[in-house]
Design a protein around this ligand. Sequence first.
Ligand code: ZN
Length: 554
Amino acid sequence: MPTPTRSLFLLLTASTLVACGAGAIDNPEDSAEHQRMHALLDQYATVRLEADVSHLSANDQEVVRLLIQAVQPMEEVFWYQTYGDANAAAELARGDPATLEYLGVNFGPWDRLRGDEAFIEGIGAKPAGANLYPRDMTPEEFDAAVADNPELGSLYTLVRRDESGGLIAVPYHEQFAQAHADAGAKLREASELASDPQFANYLRLRADALETDDYRASDMAWMDMKDNPIDVVIGPIETYEDQLYGYKAAHEGYVLIKDMAWSGRLSRFAALLPSLQRGLPVDARYKAETPGTDSDLNAYDVVYYAGDANAGAKTIAINLPNDEQVQLAKGTRRLQLKNAMQAKFDEIMVPLAEQLIAEDQRDHVTFDAFFGNTMFHEVAHGLGIKNTLNDRGTVRTALREHASPMEEGKADVVGLYMVTQLFERGELTEGSIEDHYVTFLAGIFRSVRFGASSAHGQANMVRFNYFQEEGAFTRDAASGTYRVDFEAMRAAVDGLSELILTLQGDGNYEGVDELMLEKGLVPPELQGDLDRLDALGIPRDIVFEQGIGVLFGR
Ligand code: ZN
């Protein structure tokens, strides 16, 4: 049963689509404000979220329908967590359909693609703690209160004021009792029909968890599943919405159909990890560790995004669970969302390549190579070195705030090393190494488009600048396009792999810091090329038409 809040927002949003789509221009649609909102909306390409479900039994197809209904209440919960009253948010549009639609995309009046800047005048800055804490709470007040009541710092509580103004913790399962019950009822219904017994068990445990906010048993059961053709992620999961402390998890949901063919290929490549580790282009000392065999990496088509997952930029890969106790006991699972990646490829990578890749190399920008590069990035996290060679502890502690961007930078370039090796050994035969190299370059443009200010943006720029200095690609001044030199690129992949693996193995914080300072910047020439993409209206991200009707036709 949809909640009133959600149905109102959907109703208003539906009328938006009619008003704008029909092209009936009347007030307020020709106002400057409406045009500004349309330009913001145009940052997102709209994509129908479809997937093949024909291989599923009738019962399992019904399970998918039920799971879509189960995750829908996450929308209303996330509205409350990030903003508060969704109906009040709708009023901010003052009848302008484009504004209303953009409020829906962002779950509030702050632009998630533009550093949360307000897109409605007079609204003020977004509270760092969203609606998870009282807005007038000071850090000193919270620190003092949480010392007495650890529940205030829990992942699964809201912080509110009691009648005397003191801080209290309100558990999610109480605040969101109705939404949790609605979701749980659908999960239990689905568990009766699911063909895979382990999946049915997970669904029951997840429904129980929503009643208590104790998710550990269900997370354990989720890690035990191996052969389920359907999957669902549901509940309070990630903590990014809490920019104040990073304590509070926000609600979201994904309904997923497993891609059995790609998942099979991936487990085959995982078996090659030890020999790929031995072949790494670095001194033997830096590859002495046995690569992680934790290779629970699978491909999925996603058929529904809800709540936090559906706000602003869309995730194309998930790595869960976050519970460190479960991670220690069972590891983690990496889920690659193939149809969402395809959508970003079609809507963003292809038009971007038309602007920035040399015309005669554009055919090398393929979805298979994009998907492959992304998958091998994930596998490459298992290669290299986790502990420093000189008593500086783990690479993670030694490199401090640079650890994560260095590790992501390593996975990018070592992933490309793996692709190169697998082609040379005849293990990969579809497409060509040229596809992977040119697509990799186009992928760098996609990642650095939004600046090098973040740590990951810096790591992307290090790679771009290193490759350019090594002649892995050149820029044609007349056309403003870039061309890969395949031989130089192969050498640069080895060179950068060696550089990063050595910095990691030495725990060389100063060396990484220097590298970031020296190569972590966007050169003005590239910035000009990236500005061209915005001027041409090439989308920055995607929004979905999704649901039971889209998936099954109705
Ligand atoms: Zn990664």
